[in-house]
Design a protein around this ligand. Sequence first.
Ligand code: UDP
Length: 253
Amino acid sequence: MAPRRKKIYEGKAKTLYEGPEPGTLVQYFKDDATAFNAQKKAVIEGKGVLNNRLSEYFMTGLTNIGVPNHFIKRLNMREQLIRQVEIVPLEVIVRNFAAGSIAKRLGLEEGTPLPRPIVEYSYKNDDLGDPLVPEEYIIAFGWANQQDLDDIVALALRVNDFLTGVFYAVGIKLIDFKIEVGRVWEGDFMRLLVADEISPDSCRLWDIKTGEKLDKDVFRRDLGNLTDAYTEVARRLGVMPTNTAQIKPTLIN
Ligand code: UDP
């Protein structure tokens, strides 16, 4: 069968296709999971369907509280229509509790509360393993200017407050997360939007009572079934069909 749309970009977990109108793209969520800079890989049935729905849920919530983002509408089980943006080549990470690389770097026990939310940046470059970079590098190399960075921090902290509350309401602690930011031009005016996706692939989510991990660390650290963990997140948020048969591969496309 001929592909319906022209492929613009293929990433590790998503593929972007040309959208129906100029300035739009179709974002397709794959079942592929990668970790440790793609050294560990697997296909996890149903993950793409869950992340499509979860990202829709969070982006719609952000729109409703006035946080600009790329989401326009969900098209089907695996695809959503988004605004085409120019991605700022940074992973913007917000941390509330120590885990992962900061825990390692500073010798902190995972789960240690941080004195305040910490925003940090990695330079998006797979060949280099997305190295942590200071603002000084970002400005010197022209990836973003000081005004952009002020806007990015403000966006990231609003997303943090929103997600923290949404997860807290369903018994989940938001340890940390990553967002990406994109630029759009409206006439001569440039605006920054939350782009990419917001899903358990890019957050650390711990059950408040038990500490059980409900995010991609389940895959990274071989802690169990990733689809079950994401389904639990979706179920608590009331996002997904309760019937998990609906995300079985035979029924999705
Ligand atoms: N993260 C991500 N993509 C990356 C790196 C990190 O989505 O390429 C997320 C990760 O899931 C976690 C947060 O950003 O929620 C902080 O990750 P950390 O720097 O601790 O890196 P990790 O130890 O996960 O490699």
